[in-house]
Design a protein around this ligand. Structure first.
Ligand SMILES: Nc1nc2c(ncn2[C@@H]2O[C@H](COP(=O)(O)OP(=O)(O)O)[C@@H](O)[C@H]2O)c(=O)[nH]1
Ligand SMILES: [Mg+2]
Length: 382
């Protein structure tokens, strides 16, 4: 029989052993639980404006002065079903209040089914800016005929059994991921624009944005802007990186030397660390997706069938595309935008928190959470 004291010692021993193994095998865990990190957390919680966990100054540029006399060729894009109306209203009202009431960028709604009159009337009532509603061409949305449905449905079944998120039986989520990866920017209503801001239902914007992020992208030659970065679920992308490596081998001339590979890979491209930008928020240059490099990249991935035989998401596909095919200084972290899409949120720090009159709290800030990939992004510039 063990005495209670021995029991306590044994449990302590197991916990410390586990901590030691995790620290060695998972750098993010080690980083998050290191003593200096933890005490830093205590110290920084004493004041909102005295947080030492700042993004490096080297890529943090100040918000431009508001200029509403000049506009970019841009639209706010929302892919939605009629049933998303409630969440769309919430997102759109905030877009208007925090930003677009002042800047008046047009909205483009896309759906593979016609939008209902109620949907159209409701969203049009929320803005003075132009609103357009587009029907997605059949072939841009539905599973292509060359996909082997027997193989695809077997893969969906296996993922459902293994409880993979969105792994389930319906191809609907997969159609959406493929459309967002390679088709939305070719829609006739979107084709006329260069820049877009992707907005999903039920998101939250916490801060006023007093400058035009599209003009920021344009004036600084940026191609992809994000707010949250995190690792993808491994079960959804078993062969994605092998396909990417094949693409690199076949098209070395399309991969610039100063790209953002260190964000994607910890071993110089051998393996994928699964870091990606969370694409439910994107402010980006659609011409980049329309370029020869990304078009070839998308076609390579699409022909591998991974959108249906696995469950490749548009987030890793866009992220790998942008990080691999653009020089790293063409990516942009929107450090002054406070944003939430369940279950994560980020909140600007210090001066930008005040400047944006933000109402998020820092307790839930994802930037330097142990699961965040932002530190890997920072390291490329720090
Ligand atoms: N038209 C249409 N939009 C969809 C469909 N499925 C998802 N979406 C949209 O695609 C985006 C991502 O879907 P969402 O359900 O938010 O996925 P999650 O953020 O990964 O949980 C949102 O803008 C949805 O409104 C669909 O079947 N049809
Ligand atoms: Mg969503």
């Amino acid at each position: 029989m063990m005495t209670p004291m021995r029991y306590v010692v044994l449990v302590l021993f197991v916990v410390l052993g586990l901590h030691f193994i995790l620290t060695l095998s998972h750098p993010a865990y080690g980083n998050a639980t290191s003593l200096s990190r933890i005490t830093q957390g205590w110290q920084s919680s004493s004041s909102l404006f005295d947080d030492s966990r700042q993004v490096p100054d080297s890529y943090r540029s100040p918000a431009p002065k508001p200029d509403i006399s000049r506009k970019a060729n841009a639209t706010i894009v929302m892919l939605a079903r009629n049933s998303d109306l409630k969440g769309i209203r919430k997102s759109m009202k905030q877009m208007e209040d925090r930003f677009n009431k002042r800047f008046q960028y047009p909205y483009t709604f896309l759906n593979e089914e016609p939008f209902s009159d109620v949907f159209k009337e409701s969203v049009t009532a929320l803005t003075d800016a132009p609103v357009e509603f587009g029907l997605i061409p059949h072939d841009h949305w539905y599973q292509p005929a060359w996909i082997d449905e027997t193989r695809a449905s077997a893969a969906r079944k296996a993922m459902e059994e293994n409880k993979v998120i969105y792994g389930g039986t319906s191809p609907r989520y997969r159609n959406m991921c493929r459309f967002n990866s390679g088709f939305f920017y070719r829609h006739p209503l979107v084709e006329k624009y260069r820049y877009y801001w992707r907005v999903e239902p039920d998101v939250t914007f916490f801060c006023d944005l007093d400058y035009d992020p599209f003009l920021y992208m344009q004036d600084h030659g940026k191609v992809y802007g994000f707010t949250i970065a995190l690792p993808e679920y491994a079960e959804t992308i078993p062969t994605l990186w092998d396909t990417v490596k094949e693409f690199i081998k076949e098209n070395p001339e399309l991969v610039p030397k100063d790209n953002a590979m260190p964000f994607l890979s910890d071993d110089n491209g051998e393996t994928y660390n699964r870091c990606h930008f969370w694409s439910n928020f994107e402010i980006a240059d659609a011409d980049f997706w329309r370029s020869e490099a990304y078009s070839k990249f998308f076609d390579k991935l699409d022909s591998a069938g991974g959108f249906y035989y696995e469950r490749w998401g548009d987030a890793p596909v866009h992220s790998i595309g942008a990080a691999l095919l653009a020089p790293r200084d063409k990516l942009h972290f929107f450090h002054d935008i406070g944003y939430r899409h369940e279950p994560f949120e980020r909140c600007p720090l210090s001066d930008e928190y005040k400047q944006g009159k933000c109402w998020c709290g820092h307790e839930e800030n994802f930037d330097y959470h142990w699961y965040s990939c932002l530190p890997k992004y920072d390291q490329m510039f720090g």
